[in-house]
Ligand binder design. Structure first.
Ligand code: FES
Length: 246
């Protein structure tokens, strides 16, 4: 079918071109209209309903949690304060503070956010707005072992989608695992790869799924032979560096 030159309306260019309805016929035209009807449209434009609701002036203003009331675990407080000390504006420590809170609580729970906000002297809403923007902060309960399978182009071309599906199937309902597909993790040279509790591993094959899960469940380093940090490099001592980055 010659598409170029079709008229979308009688007022369009190419006066000799047939109207779209003539080409599609009654059935095709109805299908096209139905497809258009399925696209959600909001009466007041393309924004999410509620975006222009008036501010609730009766609502209590957000407050910084009371340090005399909120109990913060000592180690978590120390970690957040150490992060705050690194910046001239302590709000710059929001990301490391949230990361510490997530590590401590398993996810950015309301309690975790309140504790971090209490130490930072910010409102919980400030930290929620940061946590909900970044992908690696969990704002819902999540398994304690995170496996992020990169399904971006290089990894996808080398079987990442099958790998992701196999991991999902192998872990099933196991609440200990948080299996997610991810955009490019910046290690395309070991595609297909995954970040397993922040350790980059690849290239992965479907046969690696079971040994990988077995390592994690047993508390062993996951697929040690395939870890990026253990690959040969110009620095012969690189593989022996401590994992904490020191
Ligand atoms: S595409 Fe997978 S790490 Fe870049």
């Amino acid at each position: 079918m010659r598409v170029r030159g079709l008229r979308r309306s009688r007022a369009a260019t190419a006066p000799d071109a047939p109207a779209l309805e003539e080409v599609l016929g009654p059935e095709g035209t109805e299908r096209r209209r139905a497809a258009h009807r399925e696209v959600p449209r909001y009466a007041h434009g393309s924004r999410v309903p509620g975006w222009d609701d008036a501010v609730d002036l009766d609502k209590e203003p957000a407050v910084v949690p009371d340090a005399a009331v909120v109990e913060v675990p000592r180690e978590l407080r120390a970690e957040i304060e150490a992060a705050m000390a690194r910046y001239p504006d302590s709000r710059s420590a929001a990301l490391p503070a949230l990361a510490a809170a997530q590590r401590h609580h398993g996810w950015c729970s309301p309690e975790a956010i309140t504790q971090a906000a209490c130490v930072m002297r910010l409102t919980p809403g400030y930290l929620v707005s940061v946590a909900s923007f970044y992908d690696m902060f969990e704002t819902e309960p999540a398994g304690r072992h995170s496996i992020y399978v990169c399904t971006n182009i290089s990894c996808s071309l080398r079987g990442a989608d099958e790998l992701h599906a196999a991991l999902l199937a192998a872990t099933g309902d196991d609440a200990d695992f948080n299996i997610r597909s991810f955009e490019c993790l910046g290690a395309c040279d070991i595609a297909p790869m995954a970040s397993v509790d922040s350790v980059y591993i690849g290239p992965l094959e479907l046969d690696d799924v079971e040994p990988l899960l077995a390592d994690i469940r047993a508390g062993r380093p996951p697929l040690a032979a395939k870890q990026l940090l253990r690959r040969p490099s110009a620095d012969a001592a690189a593989a022996d560096y401590p994992r904490d980055g020191a």
